[in-house]
Design a protein around this ligand. Sequence first.
Ligand SMILES: [Zn+2]
Length: 168
Amino acid sequence: MPAFTVLPMPTEQARGFRKGQLDANQQPAERVRHGFGPCRHCLKRIEDEEMLVLSYRPFEALQPYAESGPVFLHAKDCTAYSKNDRLPDMLDHWGEVMMIAKGYNKDDRIRYEATAVAPANQLEAQCQTLLTDEEVAYVHIRLAQTNCYQFRVERAEQRLSQPKFSGV
Ligand SMILES: [Zn+2]
């Protein structure tokens, strides 16, 4: 089973959105005073805190597979997820909730043979299975009900530098 690395939204992007950088829809992030949901930078739950809602595209370049969609961020500074060798504890909150694990090849195209829908509490095994496919460069994790992007998972050995998502 390959070891994996969990990658949240890069810190420079989170900082940018907090400073007013435009999102994937070329709009400033909306502010919600009493927000709830998963923060894509620290990968912890936002619990009745001020949060940003913005359209995020977690790909380096525009191409047909580069989906964008809504994500939440703590409005205040938070610390990037750092337990990168394991999936975030916030998955415990979802338990049986279905998640999408979608493999992409090195050209950022969906690897159709390497996609799965599984409960949050089985996601680790799913990620490890998908990453045994050598054509898979990385996996995106999304909530199945809403298709909202959560984080990225790669093989541990391939991580050389933080990906430079355009984000906008
Ligand atoms: Zn956060």
